[in-house]
Structure formats: C-alpha cells, structure tokens
Ligand binder design. Sequence first.
Ligand SMILES: [Zn+2]
Length: 76
Amino acid sequence: MPEEYIYDVKQIARDNDRSLICRCPHCQNVIGIEGDDIEDVQGEQYQCRCGGWLQVDYDAVRVRPDNLAPNKGIPD
Ligand SMILES: [Zn+2]
C-alpha cells in the first residue's frame, strides 16, 4: 500500500516527445503528467500508477530529463 500522503514534486522535465514528466516521490519512477506547460501543472495533483499521489509544487522548476532528482517530500 502506498502512503496516502500527497508529496510535493519540485522538479519537472520535458521528455523527448514533448510531454511533461516528473519523478514519483513514492516509487521514484519517472511518470508522465498531463499538461502542456509547467504553468499548467503547477498546483495540480496526479496519481502515479503505483497508487501514490503527488502535487506539483507552485515553485516547481524545469530540469533536464536526466537531472530529475529522487525526491520525497516527507512532511516535517
Ligand atoms: Zn509512483
């Protein structure tokens, strides 16, 4: 069972096919997210195929696809 906490994602990348991708904070897999531009996905919540939820941070930045860092927004 994935944790139910919705983790923040702070890095977005654009894949070779122009789709937006990010790394799931739950399973660390890179997943595609719906949206044309980073502004479209900021603040949006997505569910990974692992079942975990994430929210793209309003301050999320675009990085190169191979620079997507592992992330886990564990709440303080
Ligand atoms: Zn996942």
